[in-house]
Design a protein around this ligand. Structure first.
Ligand code: CTP
Ligand code: MG
Length: 233
């Protein structure tokens, strides 16, 4: 049985500002999506990749991946995505071959995730945890607020919080069930599994697995990439 990575890359990247869809913008001259696909393909634990392209961009994305010469050893498929991230992930799951039993969901917008983080998530799922997310302690104190007035309604104890990243890893049947039954708006896949009452495990994330969301994140990503290249990676 094989492990697959579904890479949702269909978002527009509104918070990054005007321009091409976020996954197609470049980092060190290479599209963000290509970095993300390479990061997944670099993990020996991953044998299948499903890229979820912008709804009208599947042909362009296929051509882009072919042009960047990705490893022959990985089975890479491209499907068009949907309106919301959840829709895109669901469409990606529908394109998985039958012999996949473990699925990672990895944001294309996290192009620099280290291979150790990917392998760690797969190992935890293969080790018996049905749902696994990489996470890091927070630097900032977090408040809940009344968004209308700005009034603070609470301060969760920081030591009990984790900022979670991707790849998030799941037993395939569990994630498929979550996507078939949970209809609420959510911002990650693990929260859908939580709603089924299944325990989710947090394993160590990595600073370099940060999400490229706003313009400053691109500055950081370029710097991380330059540092890697200076060290011969
Ligand atoms: N995504 C997707 N389909 C959507 C929306 C998002 O596949 N309809 C993907 C994005 O391409 C990204 C990941 O989900 O790789 C995480 O989403 P986010 O960082 O929010 O990216 P965008 O939605 O593109 O950015 P924004 O919210 O700023 O528009
Ligand atoms: Mg978004």
């Amino acid at each position: 049985l094989r492990t697959a990575a579904v890479i949702p890359a269909a978002g527009r990247g509104v918070r990054l500002g005007p321009g091409a869809p976020k996954a197609l913008r470049t980092l060190g001259g290479v599209p963000i999506l290509v970095h993300a696909v390479r990061a997944m393909a670099a993990a020996r634990a991953v044998q299948v990749i499903v890229v979820v392209a912008p709804p009208d961009g599947a042909t362009e994305v296929r051509a882009l991946l072919d042009a960047h010469g990705l490893p022959e050893s990985t089975d890479i498929r491209v499907v068009p995505g949907g309106e919301q991230r959840q829709d895109s992930v669901r469409l990606g799951l529908a394109a998985l071959p039958d012999d996949v039993d473990v699925v990672l969901v990895h944001d294309a917008a996290r192009p620099l995730v280290p291979v150790e983080t990917v392998e760690g998530v797969v190992a935890a799922v293969r080790g018996g945890a049905p749902a696994v997310v990489p996470g890091l302690p927070l630097a900032d104190t977090v408040k809940s607020v009344d968004p209308a007035s700005g009034a603070v309604t609470g301060t969760p104890q920081r030591a009990l919080l984790r900022a979670v990243q991707t790849p998030q890893g799941f037993e395939r049947d569990l994630l498929a069930k979550a996507h078939a039954t949970v209809t609420q708006d959510v911002t990650d896949d693990a929260s859908m599994v939580e709603q089924l009452g299944v325990q989710v495990l947090v394993v160590p994330g990595h600073e370099e697995a940060f999400k490229v969301t706003r313009p400053l994140d691109l500055v950081l990503a370029e710097a991380v990439l330059a540092r890697r290249r200076a060290h011969g990676h």
